[in-house]
Every structure is written in C-alpha cells, then in structure tokens.
Design a protein around this ligand. Sequence first.
Ligand code: FUB
Length: 448
Amino acid sequence: MKDILYKKILATGIMMLMVLGAIAQNPLIRNMYSADPSARVFGDSVYVYPSHDILATPGHGRVGWFCMEDYHVYASKDLADWKDHGVIVTQTSVPWAKPDGYSMWAPDCIYRNGKYYFYFPATPDSIYGRGFAIGVAVADKPGGPFMPQPTPIKKVHGIDPNVFIDKDGQAYLYWSQGNIYGAKLQDNMLELASDPVIFQDLPNKGLKEGPYVFERNGLYYLTFPHVENKTERLEYAIGNSPLGPFKMTGVIMDESASGCWTNHHSVIQLKNQWYLFYHHNDYSPRFDKARSIMADSLVFNADGTIKKVTPTLRGIGITSAASDIQVDRYTAISDRGASIAFLDTADRFKGWKADFTEAGAWVQYNSVDFGKKSFRSVRVKVMGEGANTLELHSGSITGPLIARVNTIKSGEWNMIKAPVSTSPSGVQNIFVVFRGDTPLSVDWIKFE
Ligand code: FUB
C-alpha cells in the first residue's frame, strides 16, 4: 500500500516537472532561483547544470550572502521546453563536503567514454583545507543519478570549475581563485595530469572568476566574468592552445542594468547557432544573490571576435502560437508608452505584464510558430481602465493585420476573444500595437 502511495506521489511529481515545460523565454527557470548555468549539448538535447540559489535563514547559510545546498539539472530538445530532472547532488551527499556549508557554487559537467562527470565546488571538511575545494560526481546518464567521489581533486583550491576536451582527446580543468587557473586532467577525469598554470595577460585589477573555455575554427576562447568597473561583465581572451597564452580581446556582455554583481556564463553551439547562457537577478531586483538563468543567441564576426550580446527576456526558444505568448518578454519595445511590470510583487515568479499608456506604443515578440494550420481566433488576457483597441501585426508594426482586439473597461483580468483576419504561417515576428487612450495591461495572447 505504502509502495503504491509512493509511486503515485512520484508520478505526480514527475507530471508537475513536465508541466513546468513550454517556456521559450527568459528566465529559463520560473519556479525557483538558479544561477551560473553550464550548458552542454549531450545527444539531441541541451542540458543545463546551474547553481541553485536559495534564501539563507538563521542557522541555514549566511543571511544576505550566497546560499546553495544542492544542484538540479534541466534539459530541453527545442530550447523552449525545459524539464527539471530533479536534484542530482546535495551538500549532505558529498563525503568530503561540510554538510552545512551551503556553498555549492557554479558547477560544470562533461561527457567522456560513456560517463558524465559533474564538477562542483563546496566548502570541504577541514582536513582538506580552508576555502573551497572542487570535487567530481559521476553518472551513466546526463540526468544522473550522480555518485560523488570520496575526496576532492588534489591540488585544486578555488571555485567555478570548467572542463574542456580538445580535439586530440586531452581534457583540461579550469577554475578560479582570484586568478584563473588551468591544468591538464588525467584520462580518469578525476585527477590533474599537470601542475596548474595561472593565466597571465588577463586584467590585473578587478575580480576575475567563472572561466569557460571553448574552441571554434582553431581558436581557443577563454571567457570569464570580470569586474572592470562596479559589477561583473563577461569578457574574453583568445589563444592558440587550451592553456594559452591568451590575449584579451573584448566584452561579450556588459554589466547588468539591474546591478546584479555577478554574472556567470557558458557557450554552446547547437546546429548552426551559438548561444550564451548567463544569469541576472530578474526575479529578485533588490537582492542579487537570488539569480535566474537566461540564454540569448551569440554571433561571431568574420574574424572570430564575438558580437556583444544584449540580454533579453525574449530568450532563445520558438514559441508556439497556440501557447501563452508572454508579450511582456519582448524582443523590442517602443520608446514611449509601453513598459513592463511584475504581475504580483509578492510573488515575482508569476512574471510580468506589458503596460500600454500611449496610442501607437508597441512591443515586438519574435519567433512565434504558426505552423501550417489556420488560426481562427485569438484570446488576449487584459485589464484596463477603459475600452481600448489592440492590433496584432506580423513582420512589422504596419505589416499584415492578424487581428484587431477590442477590450473592455474592467479592474480585473479578462479574457477577450477576437477573430483572426489573416492567419500567418510558419515562424513570424509579431507586433502588439496599442490603439487606445486609457492605460491597458496585457498578460499574454494565444491563438486558437
Ligand atoms: O554562484 C556563486 C558564485 O557567484 C559563482 O561561483 C561565481 O561565478 C558567481 O557567479
């Protein structure tokens, strides 16, 4: 009986995890905080191994500081549906870590010879020294279960492990502790095969951490967060080999507008597109140790340099026209008369709404998939102080009219249905244009 109950609870849990999918916008994780995303392409899926920020309470971590006790892993085949595969490592399951360290900072994971190696920092038991040590947990599948090794990696003290395997099969471990370090890994992936080197020629002033190395067209990119001014921005250096020397080349992402002190990232290529995964504190604007992971496209110039990435709430997934299209997570917005605000400041995980105040204001939302079928109507979730009109266009503000929606005066959210005049096909950028004169809030739109 107990068994049946347990199975039912497990099945419900799994169902709930599946329901968390269908996101397709930033932040990628919407029911908890997440940071330091290490994204990897394993088979036909992208797996993301982030840190898991929680809020410290007296006796559980240091109040007002980073607080992390476990790791989850998320996976997606289409960059739109992200599924939580659950907890893979906890501070109490690591033999060498302090069980109440709450310091499971930025991790990484890599595949080699049929096994998945998950690298993570934590506060070790005092016999392994002070500060941070880095350990490994090993699994047969990218979603775990991961088995932590009994001891941390020898000669490695610091945070933010990153692993890179070169074309010749040699694996390298990178980490940070003020400076950025690198060393060869043995074939077993559990021990160093060379003495650590400190990368020179990187900025001397301002904290550097979170190294992430990748190779493209024979160039080796050492990318890392660095405090050039007040908070971290993502920078990169290029070299001809995995251990450098690396020459400072540029900035991948500027400091966050919200003032989040940290950023931490990873870079992947999926099919022909490159992506940058990073974090900001969108769900927690007043406390930057409660962060959320994001992803945006990354583009290279012909000479191999990287174009600066602008963070967006739109993110990277294609959104089905038949799902809730959260237009507040826009691609672009008019200079005046349109803005976004939290739906509920007491529960920011509920997300945002788009507020329109001036006729002609608009938001652009890219990559909506209308497929091949013809949509007949659109539903819009709105609330407004008067009757207004919204126009939905495809391609541009003056592009083909998809629908005209007449809203009603109401202090509560209403679902307004309107006929579709021209149903677009394929993947389209849509524009929501406000044609009213009293404030109107829009939560989402959905085609039927
Ligand atoms: O998440 C804790 C620490 O903040 C990471 O290890 C750093 O890279 C920074 O993101």
